[in-house]
Ligand binder design. Structure first.
Ligand code: HEC
Length: 113
């Protein structure tokens, strides 16, 4: 039985081919994130200064790029991941979020939706 489990996990890991598996990123040992527990607070404090639809001064952020609601954020999930997580993150332009919070953002957008 134990051998079977080990073999099965090896197959799953092997099948993914990347250095990070979904179970590493989203597995049960990792705290779940949600809009309520993480996304809303993070986007409000880190992004909405420029990206809220009601922002007074958008500092050049495009009018249509707003993360007011969970649905807005999900529409923009791919671009949020590209601009605010990973090695090439350049949003917010002046920096700010900790690596840990950027990782939580990634987990929220990739695992819990
Ligand atoms: C100080 C203002 C400011 C803050 C804060 C800010 N942005 Fe931006 N954002 C901009 C500006 C200016 C642009 C347009 C220029 C560009 O794309 O670099 C932009 C563009 C974008 C775009 C659209 C362009 C694309 O690549 O699709 C996304 C997505 C984005 N920002 C995500 C974020 C996220 C996520 C945060 C918070 C973690 C954030 N921004 C915080 C100013 C800001």
């Amino acid at each position: 039985m134990r051998t079977w489990v080990l073999a099965a996990s090896w197959l799953v890991l092997g099948a993914c081919g990347g250095d990070e598996t979904t179970s590493e990123l989203c597995g049960p040992s990792v705290a779940a994130q949600s809009w309520e527990t993480f996304g809303q607070g993070f986007l409000t404090s880190q992004c909405q200064g420029c990206h809220a639809s009601a922002a007074v001064d958008r500092f050049g952020a495009p009018e249509d790029v707003a993360f007011d609601t969970e649905a807005d954020a999900l529409d923009w999930a791919d671009r949020i991941l590209a601009r605010a997580t990973g090695p090439d993150a350049d949003m917010p332009p002046a920096g700010g979020p900790s690596e840990q919070d950027r990782e939580r953002l990634r987990r929220w957008l990739l695992c819990d939706l």
